[in-house]
Design a protein around this ligand. Sequence first.
Ligand code: PLP
Length: 363
Amino acid sequence: QLVQRAYNFNAGPSALPLAVLEKAQQELIDFRGTGMSIMELSHRSAAYEEVHNQAIALLKELLSIPEDYEVLFLQGGASLQFSMIPMNFLTPEQKAGYIMTGSWSEKAFSEAKLFGNPYHVASTKDSQYRGIPQFDELQYNATDAYVHLTSNNTIYGTQWKEFPQIGDIPLIADMSSDILSKPIDVSKFALIYAGAQKNLGPSGVTVVIIRKDMIEKANSSIPTMFKYSTHSKNNSLYNTPPTFGIYMLGEVLNWVKGIGGIYEISKRNEEKAKLIYNAIDQSHGFYSGHAELGSRSLMNITFRLKDEELEKKFLEEAKNEGFIGVNGHRSVGGCRASTYNAVPYETCKAFSDFMLQFQNKNE
Ligand code: PLP
């Protein structure tokens, strides 16, 4: 039986690989001979622990995470990390640098103000967050508790192509919307965090990749659940973890490994994004990309049409043709196609063809 899958361009939660959903469906009622669903197993059972530990091991393998880092599975979304980071690493006397590249950086910055003295290392707000700052614009202090950046700006559609070297200052990155989309040098970062619901699995799990020395030097006078050390000491099993989400995440990682790993996924992501960027660039201004060329995201492709009326028509027709989630974020409007790992090439091709047809009819 052929499954009719939607052309899903949702920004998050987003598409999951069909093969993963099918496997989960098959295992849903009787998980590997236990006579129970994975959701019904104790999180202390051997069957669950195997799933949990394999997911950690696979993420370490796929991202080449060095030995001196730990992978944690937390809850509360990337949004709780906005608070946990300053809670653990910032004191009222200290400064922390935030590189401002969009709404998620702003949210992270606001939380840090509750704990210490965050400041802007650089900001591209004056240019409607169309770009990522140049390295020589980054003004930070050697005494900063840390510097924070957002690797991919889901709403504006911009992405860091290279990450800055900032000496001994811990570099912290919100990679919610591009983790596992391309190879990264984890050793540049003291901490990486990501909500799972774009490239990694369903919502409900937050991945934290943390260098071990950060766990040791964190503030100890905070509530137990907010301490990275609590989760590290207990292999992310201090309390009941989101077991189904972690199982799904493990299966998504298996899928990435199965298709050839991080280099293959990265190559595919480039090809997919190119289809849609080409439709924009070859439209002679019918479509205009929001991001500066050098800062274009390979995950979220943001663009506009000449006026709101035409944009409305475009979005309506896209919807009628079965393209889901093409509206820009409610805070900025416009159009956005999110081409995360699980979005097939064919879906992007169908959309770029649609863009061309729409242009031909409406130019
Ligand atoms: N950071 C980025 C870059 C995001 O795209 C999002 C959600 O879309 C968040 C943080 C917030 O994540 P969560 O909903 O998991 O708290």
